[in-house]
Write a protein that binds this ligand. Sequence first.
Ligand SMILES: Cc1cc2nc3c(=O)[nH]c(=O)nc-3n(C[C@H](O)[C@H](O)[C@H](O)COP(=O)(O)O)c2cc1C
Length: 203
Amino acid sequence: MCNILEIIKSRRSIRKFRPNPIPRELIEKILEAARWAPSAHNAQPWRFVVIRDYQMKLKLAKAMAEAWRRDLIKDGVSIDQISRLIEESVRVFTSAPVLIVVCLTMENMHRYPDERRNKVEYIMAVQSVAAAIQNILLSAHALGLGVCWKCAPLFCPDVVRYVLKIPHNIDPQAILIIGYPYEKPKPPSRLSLENIVHYETWN
Ligand SMILES: Cc1cc2nc3c(=O)[nH]c(=O)nc-3n(C[C@H](O)[C@H](O)[C@H](O)COP(=O)(O)O)c2cc1C
């Protein structure tokens, strides 16, 4: 395996895939990487729904697209533009050989009598789930797979729960679209360290 820093830097969000199926053992390897992410209280608040079936991908993609359509109509976007966006969205989700819906559970997180600390717990769970997602992105890349992290479920959690029969107390956080890359995107620019790092104090 390459150097971890090379893996981190050369990973790109991949949105175009070859149609080749992904062997189950590779999916299990990246889920295994997710399982070893750090988590607050070691609560491991991540849960995963793996979707390989085309009809299920289509059902989910269409349901999310309809939710998006409702938002876009409210935003005043033109019908033609909405149709283009929706069509492309369904195409992207259905063209990936595998989707992983990443969910959050508060089951093993702490509970407090006050709202302030419960909100902090929720943020810790979100951060833990994000760490698991990053492990998936990096391990998939190391194994020759491409992934894009899609935030769509955050905008329509009930729709995702309904289609996938996810319990009401589990929160869909992201969909990872996964496959063998059919593109090699140029690295999007990054802010320089000067722009983002402060030593000792902010000034
Ligand atoms: C929380 C989060 C949500 C994202 N949501 C989307 C998304 O909905 N659609 C998409 O195409 N990319 C999404 N991305 C991918 C980013 O656009 C991408 O990481 C960024 O442009 C940098 O490109 P790179 O991943 O190739 O370095 C998301 C990334 C993160 C971390």
